[in-house]
Design a protein around this ligand. Structure first.
Ligand SMILES: Cc1cc2nc3c(=O)[nH]c(=O)nc-3n(C[C@H](O)[C@H](O)[C@H](O)COP(=O)(O)OP(=O)(O)OC[C@H]3O[C@@H](n4cnc5c(N)ncnc54)[C@H](O)[C@@H]3O)c2cc1C
Length: 533
C-alpha cells in the first residue's frame, strides 16, 4: 500500500471539529439572562477557567482514574484513606479558590454560588459533591458558635488544602455529612449510631451506609444521644492522630467516577455536638436546605452540557444532504429540550435569589421553592440528557463525547438530600405547616397572571383541581403541576416571549405528546438560538 492511499483511508469527514478553549459564562445566554444580580466578573473568570482545555483534560483524568481505597499501610497499620487522581485535586482547587463553598458566607451571593454549581457540573460533577457539602455545612455549624469559630474560617478560606492534619493546622478544610444508615436514609429518626457523653465531648459508635467525599476533614453526623437524635461534628483528624473513623469499602456506584462514596464505621470516635441534644434533625436540616439548592441547580448544568454537545454536533454533522440542525424533526427535538433546560435554569436561579433575600418572605419562598425545583429539575435532566445522547447517534454512547458521563450522573441529584417521593411529601408538609411559604408561593404564581392565556387557564385548573392539599397518593402529580406553574411564572416575567409562550403551550396546555420533541407550534429557531452562537 502506498503512502497516498494510506492517508486517504484516514481522511476524516463529517465529524464535528474539536471544541478548543471555551468561555462557559459568555457563551451561555440563558445563564446570563437568569443569573440576576450576580458577580458576572467572577463568573466570567470561572467560566473561562472551567472551559480551558487543561481543565477539561483534568476532568477526563478524574473520570478515568478512579479513587483508590487505602485501608492499611505496608505494615498493617490503619490508614483509612482514599487517594484521588491529580485531576480531582485540580478541580477541587479551581472550585474552592473561586469561592464555590465560601462565596455566600464571605460577601458573595447564593445566585453566584448557584451559577458556579451549574458551570462546574458541566465539566466535572464529582467534585461538586464535597464542595457543596462544605458550602452547606456553614449555616448548620452556626448552631454551635464555639465550633463555628474554629471551623468556619477554614471552610470559607477560599482555598483547598488536602493535607491529612487536624483542622487547626490547615489553611482550609472541607466537611461532609453522614446521615444515611443501612436500615434507612429518608427516615433518619431510625438511626442507630449512638453517642455517649465523654467529658465535654461525646464518643460515637455505629455505622453510616453512605458517606461521600470520605477524605473530608470532618462529617456532620446524626447519632442517638441520651436525649435523642443529635447532630455532631466528627473531625477526621485529631491532635494526636486519626479519629476512630474506619472506612469499610467504597460504593461501586453509577454516576461520576471522580468522587468516592464510602461505607464507614465509628469506633468510639470523638465528636462535638452541634446545636442542642435531641434537635439533630432541626440542626442538620439547615445543611440539607442548602445542599438542596445545589441539587436543584446541578441538573440544569448537566442539561446545558448535554445540549451544548448536541448543538455542536448537529451544526457540523450532515445526513441526507443537510446539516442535522436544519432537519425539521431535529429542530423540534432541540427546541423542546431547550424549554426544559431554560425552565430549570430560570427556576433554580429564582430560588437562589430567595436564598439571598433577607425577609421572612424570602426565607419562606426559598423553603418551598427549593423543594419544587429539586423535584422537577431532576426529573427532567435524565430525559434531556438521554435525548441529547440519541441526537449524537452512536457517538452519544461513546465516552469521548462526554454524554455517557452526564447520563450516569443524571439521576443522582434526584436521590440524595431527599428522593422524589420524600420531596413531594415535604412539599405537602411545608404548605400545610408554613402559611408564609404557601402565601409567598401564591404571590409568585399570581404575579405572572394576565400575560399568557395558557398559564392563566392552567393556574385556574390547578386551583380547581386542588382547592386543598391533596392526599399523599397524589403528591407527585400535585408537585409536578405546581413546579411547572412556578417555572412558567418565572419565564413569563424573565424570558423572551417566544420562550415563555412555548413553555406554556407545550407544558401547561395540550401542544405536546408524552415524549421529547413531540410538539408543535413553537418558534424553533428562537429556542435553538438560546443555545448560543
Ligand atoms: C452516590 C450517593 C452518595 C450519597 N452520599 C451520601 C452522604 O454523603 N451522606 C449521607 O448521609 N447519605 C448519602 N447518600 C444517601 C442518600 O441520601 C439516601 O440514599 C437517600 O436519602 C435515600 O435513603 P435510602 O437510600 O435509605 O432510601 P429509603 O429511605 O429506603 O427510600 C427508598 C425510596 O422510598 C421512598 N420513600 C421513603 N419514604 C416514603 C414515603 N413515606 N412514601 C413514599 N415513598 C417513600 C424514597 O423517596 C425512595 O425513593 C448518598 C446516596 C448516593 C446514591
Amino acid at each position: 500500500m502506498d503512502a497516498q492511499s494510506d492517508l486517504r483511508s484516514h481522511e476524516v469527514t463529517n465529524q464535528p471539529p474539536p471544541r478548543g478553549p471555551r468561555d462557559l459564562w459568555a457563551e451561555d445566554l440563558v445563564l446570563r439572562a437568569h443569573a440576576i444580580s450576580t458577580d458576572s466578573d467572577a463568573l466570567s473568570t470561572y467560566g473561562r477557567a472551567l472551559g480551558a482545555p487543561e481543565t477539561v483534560e483534568a476532568a477526563r483524568e478524574a473520570e478515568r482514574i478512579a479513587p483508590e481505597l487505602r485501608l492499611f499501610d505496608a505494615g498493617g497499620r490503619r490508614l483509612d484513606e482514599v487517594r484521588f487522581s491529580s485531576g480531582y485535586h485540580q478541580l477541587m482547587t479551581l472550585g474552592l479558590e473561586a469561592g464555590y463553598a465560601a462565596g455566600p458566607w464571605t460577601g458573595g451571593s447564593h445566585v453566584t454560588h448557584a451559577a458556579q454549581v451549574y458551570l462546574h457540573s458541566q465539566i466535572e460533577p464529582g467534585t461538586c459533591c464535597p464542595m457543596t457539602m462544605t458550602y452547606a455545612a456553614v449555616p448548620a455549624l452556626a448552631a454551635s458558635p464555639d465550633l463555628a469559630a474554629v471551623w468556619e474560617p477554614k471552610l470559607t478560606a477560599g482555598a483547598y488544602d488536602p493535607a491529612i492534619a487536624p483542622v487547626a493546622e490547615k489553611r482550609a478544610a472541607t466537611l461532609g455529612m453522614a446521615m444515611t444508615e443501612k436500615q434507612g436514609g429518608s427516615d433518619v429518626r431510625a438511626n442507630t449510631t449512638r453517642a455517649e457523653p465523654d467529658g465535654g465531648a461525646y464518643r460515637v459508635t455505629g455505622h453510616k451506609w453512605f458517606c461521600s467525599a470520605p477524605m473530608s476533614d470532618g462529617f456532620l453526623t446524626l447519632a442517638q444521644a441520651p436525649h435523642g437524635l443529635t447532630c455532631f461534628l466528627v473531625p477526621r483528624w485529631l491532635e494526636g492522630g486519626r479519629n476512630a473513623i474506619h472506612l469499610m469499602r467504597l460504593k461501586d456506584k453509577l454516576g461520576n467516577r471522580a468522587n468516592a462514596s464510602a461505607e464507614i464505621e465509628y469506633h468510639g470516635a470523638l465528636a462535638w455536638p452541634v446545636g442542642e441534644e435531641g434537635r439533630g434533625v432541626q440542626t442538620i436540616i439547615e445543611m440539607v436546605h442548602h445542599t438542596r439548592l445545589d441539587t436543584a441547580m446541578a441538573p440544569a448544568g448537566l442539561m446545558r452540557a448535554a445540549l451544548d454537545h448536541l448543538h455542536h454536533w448537529t451544526r457540523h454533522r450532515t445526513a441526507f444532504q443537510r446539516h442535522l440542525i436544519d432537519q425539521p424533526l431535529m429542530r423540534s427535538l432541540i427546541a423542546d429540550l431547550v424549554l426544559d433546560w431554560e425552565g430549570a435554569t430560570a427556576l433554580g436561579l429564582r430560588v437562589a435569589r430567595a436564598f439571598d433575600g433577607q425577609t421572612p418572605e424570602d426565607r419562606a419562598f426559598a423553603r418551598i421553592g427549593v423543594a419544587l425545583a429539586k423535584f422537577l429539575n431532576n426529573k427532567l435532566a435524565l430525559r434531556v440528557i438521554w435525548e441529547a445522547m440519541e441526537g449524537l447517534g452512536g457517538m452519544g454512547y461513546v465516552e469521548d463525547t462526554g454524554l455517557p458521563m452526564l447520563y450516569r450522573e443524571a439521576p443522582l441529584n434526584g436521590i440524595w438530600e431527599g428522593s422524589g417521593n420524600v420531596i413531594c411529601l415535604d412539599i405537602l408538609r411545608t404548605l400545610a405547616k408554613d402559611p408564609l411559604a404557601a402565601e409567598t408561593l401564591g404571590a409568585e404564581l399570581a404575579a405572572a397572571t394576565g400575560a399568557n392565556r395558557h398559564y392563566d387557564a392552567a393556574l385556574k385548573d390547578f386551583e380547581a383541581q386542588w382547592p386543598n392539599l391533596p392526599e399523599e397518593a397524589e403528591a407527585r402529580w400535585y408537585a409536578e403541576r405546581l413546579a411547572l406553574l412556578l417555572t412558567a411564572s418565572v419565564l413569563i416575567r424573565q424570558a423572551p416571549e417566544p420562550i415563555a409562550d412555548g413553555f406554556c403551550a407545550t407544558r401547561l396546555a395540550g401542544s405536546r405528546g408524552q415524549i421529547a420533541g413531540a410538539i408543535s407550534g413553537v418558534e424553533a429557531q428562537v429556542l435553538i438560538d438560546r443555545l448560543g452562537p
